[in-house]
Design a protein around this ligand. Sequence first.
Ligand SMILES: [Zn+2]
Length: 474
Amino acid sequence: MKPLFDAPLAIVDLETTGAHPAWDRVTEIAVLEVEGGEIVSEWSTLVNPGTSIPPAIQALTGITNDMVADAPDFDELAEGLFERLQGRVFVAHNARFDYGFLRHAFERAGLRFHARTLCTVKLSRRLYPGHARHNLDSLIERHQLRCDARHRALGDARAVWHFLQVAAEERGAEQLQSMVQQLSRLPALPAHIERATVDAIPESPGVYLFYGENDVPLYVGKSVAMRSRVLQHFSADVHSPREAQIAREIRRIEWRRSCGELGALLREAALVKELLPVFNRQLRRANDLCGFSFASNKLKFIEKEDINSQTISHLCGVFRSRRAAMDALRGLADEHRLCLRTLGFEQGAKRGKGACFRHQIKRCAGVCAGAENLHVHQARAAAALTGLKTSAWPWRGPIGIVEEDEEREAAEVHVVDNWCLLGTANSEDAVGDLLATRSRVRFDLDHYKILARHLSAGRARVVELGARLPAGAH
Ligand SMILES: [Zn+2]
């Protein structure tokens, strides 16, 4: 048989304790080394999985706990196996499974395994599109493949090799070779993404953007190590349908470097809102925020423009919808037996005077029925509502959070006032320009959460900027 690749092949089959690469383990491995169209080595070994093999799997493979009790464990085999597979195209029936499983096992042993892969299920589908089934049993039957030990690693690996030989004979070496070239791209990079594109992404903090057909934004993500994170989206052992769909639809990648993690988080939040990528489900809908204010004994519902850097620290709760705000208020009223009628938040037909319905079912202590003094009730309400308050702004004025990228000798300053992000500056002048906008900046719940988490972690480098404000603006 004519060689399928310039590179030699490793036809691999694994038996395992189950289907999940993270918590199941290898019980048997076989590797057939193929060079120039000939088998040059057959190797297989049982592996002690360090855990019990489920009875159903013992019955399927015939590999019992007793058989693996004295076998080497994967760690002992890892280095030798790694070398055996090095520089070869990884061929397996359902390669995604065996490759993903081995990558996990190698990683636990401290080795990073990468290989070009060829999946013979996919190959069979391309070469024999008229058939519905392409599992190994179907192939063995259809092509009368030799298999002396089905569900044992070496037996299955030999059947896969026999399939390649039969396919070359039936479909011709040329066609087989061109199919194989199409199928065996470097591991798991999406069809439209060049290796060089990914290699050019720096392993530094920043955001990356995936675009699809017609430049539709598909996804925005952030990471402190962009290249690795991007590769993770495409890696063979990630099986989520969403990642698979992204990999199918992606046509182009863009990235923007930032000096640190905070910059990446803030930029991600901003880009998601601006571009509304198809696959970002969080961080959307920033504009319908609402909350409550409690002043002069009156509880008021506050929304839209009224939530800004000036009002935010007086606000009780910030919610993404009126319904979420009302749910929180009702929960609070139940917990403290407050009267929603008295607070002016009784809804619909129940609205009225006198004892409220919630008092009758004992959820209101009865200010409405004269059972509680109004001042006492309002004081209790005020105390309970502070539980909904956003964290008080702990500085006297605006601050800058400094992030430095030593490698590039660059720095960014995120200018924040009362939990509102004014912007990110690269120079002293730019800081001043941002400070001048502070009365117009609206509150953003995502920014608030990101900033509160980052600042409470205690690692942030904070510079107080109050002194830079024009006189009288404090
Ligand atoms: Zn009441």
